[in-house]
Design a protein around this ligand. Structure first.
Ligand code: CU
Length: 118
């Protein structure tokens, strides 16, 4: 019993120190700094085609070209939208110009406009 009483606080302290040492602060600083920098400038416009609009989920599926600020090659994928208004502005099949950024860890459309027909 005496043995336990001696070690229990030390083990608790060690567990706490380990938890603090492994806290995500270092990782958070690494991910927060570039995100903050990216949001300070407006993201470039990217060409895309609307494949699906999901008003309930607040999401949009876009087939997009190269997104230089996200270092993303062309693909079809789902984005969140910064404003639900975006989802009433466009419909499936529309050719659009949009901007995308990472916000709170989610790839988010921050601007979108239908490309005028030529
Ligand atoms: Cu993508």
């Amino acid at each position: 019993m005496k043995y336990l009483n001696y070690w229990t606080p030390l083990l608790a302290w060690l567990a706490l120190a380990t938890t603090l040492g492994a806290s995500p602060s270092a990782a958070a600083q690494q991910t927060l700094a570039p995100a903050a920098a990216a949001e300070s400038e407006s993201a470039p416009r990217v060409a895309g085609e609307v494949r699906k609009v999901d008003t309930e989920a607040g999401k949009i599926t876009l087939r997009h070209g190269d997104i230089p600020n996200l270092e993303m090659p062309p693909m079809t994928m789902v984005f969140r939208v910064a404003s639900p208004d975006f989802l009433s502005k466009v419909k499936a099949g529309d050719q659009v110009l949009f901007s995308a950024e990472k916000r709170n860890g989610a790839l988010t459309v921050t601007a979108i406009d239908v490309r005028p027909d030529k």
